[in-house]
Design a protein around this ligand. Structure first.
Ligand code: MG
Ligand code: ZN
Length: 264
């Protein structure tokens, strides 16, 4: 079976804007659904990555805010639902969403864990890859922090830094051995980048791999009718509403206690 390719995306700063927190005097992730502002180009970008280029689009995000009592799990659910709603309204959908809620210094005990899924560790990526049948070498991780680039590299993806790379950041990346493969200013440029890199539309890729050279046309026709024929050339795409779930990490990749929460 042909394995799928993924465009893994970080959430905060990539799909939605960061927020200037007056009390803390710095830029942070949104703490409420009211602060959750999805970038206007995201739905169309996701649609192009999926429909035009054949990538699965999967969110991989650290969300330690619940553990730090910055917002509740219910509020996180509302923020994620808003993200999904806006993407679906734009005619696209997300293939998966994976969130790590842990933090080593969590205020809430059950989230106080040095888990293997919190980026820069690759656990969430590896789990998503396993569950979605992803080939890492032909996949990309796109994020706006050093943690994203590190996690992507450890998982074996190509990495894309999203944002404006300062010289300081570039130096840190070099010293931490986390230099991204590519840099784009915003996710809006991702479809362009991936198509420039030769990520062909899905049907072409599938046929290119499965049709051996030198076979006659007749042979091709016959194989297409057989059960073992490459049916991967996905025609009936699942609808947006068939995947309304977000997945919370369980602390370890092998743990069976993974929580799957229905969205909305
Ligand atoms: Mg981010
Ligand atoms: Zn975790």
């Amino acid at each position: 079976m042909t394995r799928a390719r993924a465009a893994f995306v970080d959430r905060d700063g990539v799909l939605n804007d960061l927020v200037y927190n007056v009390e803390e005097g710095r830029v942070l992730s949104p703490f409420s659904v009211r602060e959750m502002r999805v970038f206007p180009y995201v739905p169309e970008t996701v649609r192009r990555l999926r429909d035009d280029l054949g990538f699965k689009v999967i969110v991989i995000s650290n969300q330690p805010g619940v553990a730090k009592r910055q917002f509740t799990l219910a509020e996180l659910g509302k923020m994620n639902a808003k993200l999904r709603r806006e993407v679906v309204r734009g005619g696209a959908s997300l293939d998966g969403e994976y969130y790590c809620l842990h933090h080593p210094n969590a205020l809430i005990k059950k989230y106080r864990l040095d888990c293997d899924c919190r980026k820069p560790k690759p656990g969430l990526l590896l789990r998503a890859a396993k569950e979605h049948g992803i080939d890492m070498a032909s996949s990309y991780f796109m994020g706006d922090s050093l943690l994203d680039i590190k996690a992507g590299k450890r998982a074996g993806c190509k990495t894309v830094f999203v944002g404006h790379l300062t010289s300081l950041m570039a130096k840190v990346m070099e010293s931490e051995d986390a230099v991204p493969d590519y840099v784009i200013a915003s996710l809006k440029e991702a479809p362009w980048l991936l198509s420039e890199l030769g990520a062909n539309p899905r049907p072409k890729t599938v046929r290119g791999r499965t049709a051996p050279a030198g076979r006659s046309g007749r042979r091709t026709v016959r194989t297409q009718g057989r059960a073992s024929a490459p049916r991967v050339a996905v025609k009936g795409r699942r609808t947006a509403s068939s995947q309304p779930v977000w997945t919370i990490c369980s602390g370890s990749l092998s743990s069976p206690s993974a929580v799957r929460t229905s969205g909305g």
